[in-house]
Design a protein around this ligand. Structure first.
Ligand code: PLP
Length: 375
């Protein structure tokens, strides 16, 4: 079994903690425990026994997760170690050697890597920038055949920030239903909308839907490593049986804290903090990019915490990123890492001072590398 390298995670793991400004963080500025919990709750935490606990997730945590979805209960939920484990378990359960799977691109390239390692072939179907990053559903229809086991969707999409509308969701469900494929939907960015409408979940729209999500992005707690699968009860039980081999249980300490994160009042507070931060940084970013608009362009994201920027300079995106990192100490992620060159991703979820400083460094770097275009 051979895993292709997961370029996005590799490049981030190597550089994001050592650069001066990481301008590409894909989540929202995390909170400390002191900001999240009151003194009584912190005291409770100190007395928490550090056992394995419930390996599928505590009943209360699973119930709070299920409350985020219509028509689900705790039996539909498996708590995982990050949504990455949720994606991994879902892939292992649905994909076998010789299968085909279809994936939206550009995308967070996790599921495809596991599917390849399992011996499947991946058909990539593009989101189109000229169509406001809408998914090419005619192309999806053509790509899906009787051999297609899984259609993998990321909604809201990382890195474009686009969100499917109901009509598109229904069409995707129809295409999956035509061949009985699983619909594996990464919804980790639900809750990070810049406007007022919460993105609709695919859960409940189709029997073979598997939703993966977690607390790392919209809910600002990646360090907890809490994610989940929410799907039919049988699928969840099968995924739990595989989790016995991967991590047995997610951290009991993290599950306790996650239960607090998912209290209704905390969810409301976190969602509105996320919205304020994203909109403020989007405004700063939109002003920053204006003088460069002959060479850089992006479509305002609907959700998700990033701006995906297209450029017209004659340089590969990974080369550009390393040049800026080495010389200006600012780190952005190359389009290459999402399956598309001539783009880079800026994270909008940073606290604002670091964000502005990062943009200044980016200006310095672009002016240094392309003086004729950026001075
Ligand atoms: C779209 C998407 N899905 C899943 C993940 C995995 O995140 P985690 O394992 O922290 O939940 C990421 C991380 O960047 C992501 O961007």
């Amino acid at each position: 079994m051979k895993f292709p390298s997961f370029d996005l995670e590799r490049i981030q793991s190597i550089y994001e903690n050592s650069v001066e400004i990481n301008l590409t963080e894909s989540g929202i500025e995390p909170l400390s425990l002191k900001e999240l919990m009151n003194p009584k709750e912190l005291e409770e935490l100190l007395n928490l026994p550090l056992g394995y606990g419930y390996t599928q997730g505590t009943p209360l945590l699973r119930q709070r997760i299920s409350n985020l979805y219509e028509g689900a209960d705790e039996n539909n939920v498996l708590v995982t170690s990050g949504s990455s484990e949720a994606i991994f378990l879902s892939a292992v359960l649905t994909v076998s050697k010789g299968d085909r799977v279809v994936m939206m691109t550009p995308n967070y390239l996790s599921f495809n890597g596991v599917a390849e390692a399992l011996g499947a072939e991946v058909d990539y179907v593009p989101l189109l920038k000229k169509e406001k990053w809408e998914w090419d559903l005619d192309c999806l229809d053509e790509a899906v055949s009787d051999k297609t086991k899984v259609i993998s969707v990321c909604n809201p999409n990382n890195p474009t920030g686009s969100v499917l509308n109901l009509e598109q969701m229904l069409k995707i469900v129809e295409i999956a239903g035509r061949v009985g494929a699983y619909l594996l939907v990464d919804e980790v960015y639900i809750g990070a909308e810049l406007g007022s409408n919460l993105t609709k979940s695919f859960l409940g729209m189709y029997e073979k839907t598997i939703v993966t999500s977690g607390l790392s992005k919209s809910y600002a707690h990646p360090g907890l490593r809490i994610g989940w699968i929410i799907s039919g009860k049988r699928f969840v039980e099968e995924a739990w049986a595989i989790k016995d081999y991967t991590t047995i249980a997610s951290s009991s300490l993290s599950q306790h804290i996650a239960t607090k994160v998912l209290e209704p009042e905390t969810i409301t507070k976190l969602r509105s903090r996320t919205k304020v931060l994203l909109n403020k940084n989007l405004e700063t970013f939109s002003k920053w990019i204006l003088p460069y608009s002959n060479h850089l362009s992006f479509l305002k994201p609907e959700a998700g915490g990033f701006a995906f920027v297209e450029y017209d300079m004659d340089i590969n995106s990974t080369d550009l990123v390393h040049d800026l990192r080495k010389n200006e100490g600012v780190f952005i992620v190359p389009g290459d890492s999402f399956g598309i060159d001539k783009y880079f991703r800026i994270g909008l979820g940073h606290e604002s001072i670091g964000f502005s400083k990062g943009l200044d460094l980016l200006s310095e770097g672009l002016t240094r590398v392309f003086p004729e275009k950026f001075t």
